[in-house]
Structures are given as C-alpha cells and as structure tokens.
Design a protein around this ligand. Structure first.
Ligand code: COA
Ligand code: MG
Length: 294
C-alpha cells in the first residue's frame, strides 16, 4: 500500500489551492473536498473545479483523492458521476456509518472501471469514521472490502455528535481514536488520524502527530501546507530507529539459530513482540522511501 503519512485537504472550489498542491507541495495525498469544506451553494462549482483539475493537472508523486458528500446527502451520486470518469486515485467517503455504504460506492466505481476498460480495483477507497454510530459499527466498516485501504478518524464531527467539547488533551475522543486504529490493524488497513485545526501551531501539531504514530496510526489528515513537513516527518522513522530495528532483527535471527527465544540487547529483553515492532519500523521506512522495497 502507498504511504499516506499526510493527507492534505483543500476545498474543491479553491482552484488556486488545488493548483498549488499539485504543482509544488509534494505531499503524500491531496484530497480535493466536495463535502464540508465547500459551502452549500458552491457544490456545483466545486465539482466542476475538481473535474477540471483531474483532467488538466499533473499531481506528480502525490495521490489525487476526492472527498464526496456523505451517503444519504442527496449529493453523493452526482459527485461520483462527475469525478469518476476523470480517474482519481481514490475516493474518500465521509461520515461512514456501516459497511453497506462502502459496498455501494465500490459498485459505482466498479461500473465506471468496467465501462472504461480500466483494471478493476484500481481506484481505492478511504472511509472516514466520525460519528457515534460509525464507531459502534467499526467492525462492519473495516471488514474486508477489497477496495478499502484506510480508516480515517474525524474528531471534530465525532465530538459534535457526542455533545463533547474538544480539548487539547483530547480525552473526549480517545476511545474512538483508539478504536479506529485497532479495527484498522485488525483488518490490515491504514489508520489516518484527526486534523489538528490550529494550523499556525506546528509545535503542538508535531507532538500530536508523534503521539498518533506511537498509537499505531500511519498518517494524519492536514489542512495547511505548513503542516506537511512536521506530519510527514512524524510518520517517518528516524535513522536511529531504523538502525536499531535492523540490529534487533539481526540479533534475533542469530538467537533463533542458536535456539534462544529471548535475548538481551543493550540491557533490553528482545522477544517476539519487539521483533514485530522492529519489522513495523522497517515497513514504515520502506513506505516512506527511506529503504528500498522488499
Ligand atoms: N491546500 C493547498 N494550499 C493551501 C492550503 C491547502 N489546504 N491552505 C493554504 N494554502 C495556500 C494558500 O493558498 C497560500 O498560497 P499562496 O501563498 O501561494 O497564495 C498559502 O498556502 C498560505 O496560506 P495562508 O494564507 O496561510 O492560509 P489561508 O488563509 O489562505 O487559508 C485555510 C487558511 C484554513 C482557509 C486553508 O488552509 C484551507 O482552506 N484549508 C483546508 C480547509 C478544508 O479543506 N477543510 C475541509 C476538510 S477538514
Ligand atoms: Mg468531517
């Protein structure tokens, strides 16, 4: 799966921001928004702007995604009909409440893939879980749709749905945030963390992104170019982490050959869970292009 360390939104009617993202930002994923970043009376214009961007712009190494309006909004079918023929790399579905909604979007995509003779499954799906019912139904959402790559946690909508107040510490969303990362891992999906809305505060952004990486998230949603570097860095293992992971794996291999299950390295016990953690570090490094693919 491709790395999605940072997923940058911009309103679908913000032509300049889309052009800037395609031309010069070099972010892992660019997500042109048709949903809440667009005013109700600009939906049509946003669709047209996104279609033109998909037709005309070269996004370089960045993944090009479109966030459609929620299933049941009355806008979702037209959103898909407008953008799919212009072959985005993926569709982001907001406010997902059950797995059936993912099946429905996937069927719309499959029909367009067939009609154009494109390989089936090429256009990927990313599901945002951001309501109480979405968290309750995580199992059905995460369960094995072959087109689904990632679960995203949306904290602002989730807190609003709960009647909770957002705080810097974030305990009001901690259960849901943990649930998303756990279900994603259980079903082999990427987990992408919440937006940090104070886009001028990159110090606390970095702290929150590192915490997300420690929780097992593979990336974070972002809303401003200043957030790209700190977030992509937070989800990229450092040279020291990579070197340590390689030492752990080498020491473990030697121990296995000797018939030892657990060993000491630099005063720390190394056994299977730490080996798995070291493998995860190397996998992230490969996804970020810091190590050659296997
Ligand atoms: N994507 C691409 N470019 C962006 C951007 C984004 N999300 N946010 C800002 N920029 C660009 C600006 O256009 C500006 O470019 P320029 O210097 O070439 O003119 C530059 O980055 C600096 O922007 P700045 O002046 O600091 O911010 P702003 O006041 O223009 O915009 C926001 C602030 C919050 C409105 C803007 O960041 C934004 O639209 N974010 C995304 C909102 C969104 O999509 N929400 C829905 C999903 S949660
Ligand atoms: Mg939302």
């Amino acid at each position: 799966m491709r790395a999605r360390r940072a997923l940058l939104y911009m309103p679908g009617d913000a032509k300049g921001k889309i052009e800037k993202a395609a031309r010069s930002l070099n972010v892992d994923s660019v997500c042109m928004d048709l949903e809440d970043g667009v005013a109700a009376n600009q939906k049509e214009k946003a669709r047209e702007t996104v279609v033109r961007a998909l037709q005309a712009l070269d996004f370089g190494r960045s993944e090009k995604l479109v966030r459609i309006n929620r299933i049941g909004s009355g806008l979702e079918a037209e959103d898909l009909a407008a953008v799919l023929p212009h072959r985005p790399d993926g569709i982001v579905i907001p406010k997902v409440e059950d797995g059936g909604q993912i099946d429905w979007v996937s069927e719309q995509i499959a029909a367009v893939e067939r009609a154009n003779g494109w390989p089936g499954g090429h256009i990927r799906l990313i599901a945002i879980v951001e309501s109480a019912i979405g968290i309750v139904n995580l199992r059905s959402i995460a369960a094995g749709h072959p087109r689904l790559d990632a679960l995203v946690f949306g904290a602002e909508d989730f807190a609003a749905d709960l009647g909770a107040t957002r705080t810097r510490a974030g305990w009001e969303v901690f259960y849901a945030r943990s649930a998303v990362v756990t279900y994603a891992a259980a079903f082999g999906l990427q987990a992408i963390d919440m937006v940090f809305v104070n886009y001028k505060d990159t110090v606390n952004l970095k702290i929150e992104a590192l915490q997300a990486a420690q929780m097992g998230f593979s990336g974070k949603q972002i809303i401003h170019p200043a957030q790209i570097a700190p977030v992509q860095e937070a989800f990229t293992p450092g040279d020291e982490d990579i070197e340590h992971a390689q030492r752990v794996l080498a020491a473990f291999e030697q121990a296995q050959a000797r018939g030892d299950g657990a060993i000491g390295l630099d005063g720390v016990m190394i056994d299977m869970p730490l080996v798995k953690a070291a493998q995860n570090v190397l996998e992230r490094a490969r996804a970020a292009g810091k190590l050659p693919p296997l």
